[in-house]
Design a binder for this molecule. Structure first.
Ligand code: CO8
Length: 259
């Protein structure tokens, strides 16, 4: 079967490039999360110098959770597994020992933005949109997602973005500090990533990793203690008839847009 996550190594810098490859828009399915987690395990055991996360899809970094995992009325066992793999993805990415850069080479709504804010540094191409638009889709972001956003933005800004669900264009995202650099192409993205990775060249790997994990450990351990409950809460919310109705009409409007 076609791989959903491609991995290559930049021979100049030794950095691993992980490219999401679930056409057409990298919507995040159970299978993609599983494969991604396997890749993260490999990178941890290889003790890589750093990782750049990007997309192989045209114009989209990731379109967020695969809506068909949520609607119509997901099978409860599949949904539970899906959600645990989403949590696992976040735990591995947010808590990775090695430095991580998101090269946001396309739109990054919802779950796409979650992946980007779980990385340590964000580089984005112009004219795309990024943000956590869950509320308008009828979905409430779980606290570990909220906390990831608050680890990048001040609480008030995070609240404004979450409650309005507004997607920002690249320039706005840069202006509020949601992304770190704007680049015009992949070559520039690699150069800016290298500048970021090289800030750690003189820092012992283990001390860097433990320091990062120290900064991030409260959110991670909170989720680890509460995984099953977090999945149940989200499932209960998703199964509410009002929520199903909002997601359904949103999904229909996505499809109708093209007609
Ligand atoms: N899930 C399933 N299918 C999708 C999704 C998705 N997330 N996004 C797009 N698709 C489908 C489209 O319906 C379309 O299908 P079809 O070919 O049958 O019409 C196909 O993929 C291609 O999409 P587009 O034609 O829309 O492609 P464009 O390049 O024109 O646009 C966009 C790309 C901008 C990404 C656009 O597709 C879009 O806005 N998608 C929806 C994004 C979104 O709102 N996602 C929310 C998902 S819910 C979520 O992630 C919640 C996370 C909650 C937990 C964490 C809380 C924060």
């Amino acid at each position: 079967a076609q791989k959903l996550v491609d991995v290559s190594v930049d021979s100049k810098t030794g950095v691993s490039i992980v490219s999401l490859n679930r056409k057409p828009v990298n919507s995040l399915s159970l299978e993609l999360f599983k494969e991604f987690c396997g890749v993260m395990d490999d990178l941890e055991s290889e003790k890589v110098r750093g990782m750049i996360l990007k997309s192989s899809c045209d114009n989209v970094f990731s379109s967020g959770l695969d809506i068909t995992e949520l609607y119509p009325h997901p099978d409860e066992d599949r949904f539970h597994a899906f959600w645990l793999w989403f949590q696992e993805t976040w735990i591995k990415l947010y808590g990775s020992s090695f430095p991580t850069v998101a090269f946001i080479n396309g739109h990054a709504p919802a779950g796409g933005c979650v992946l980007a804010i779980s990385c340590e540094y964000r580089i984005m191409l112009p004219y795309y949109k990024i943000g956590l638009n869950e509320a308008p889709v009828g979905i409430v972001a779980p606290d570990w997602v909220v906390n990831s956003l608050k680890s990048v933005l001040a609480s008030r800004k995070a609240e404004q973005l979450l409650t309005s669900g507004r997607l920002l264009d690249t320039q706005e995202a840069f202006d509020i500090g949601l992304i770190d650099k704007i680049v015009n192409n992949e070559e520039e993205a690699l150069a800016r990533s290298e500048e970021f990775f090289s800030t750690f060249d003189n820092v012992p790997k283990l001390a860097r990793a433990l320091t990062k994990q120290q900064v991030r450990k409260n959110e991670i351990s909170k989720l680890i203690k509460n995984r099953s409950n977090d999945a149940k809460l989200f499932l209960n919310h998703i199964l509410r008839p009002e929520t199903q109705k909002i997601i359904g009409s949103y999904f229909k409007s996505l499809k109708d847009r093209k007609k």
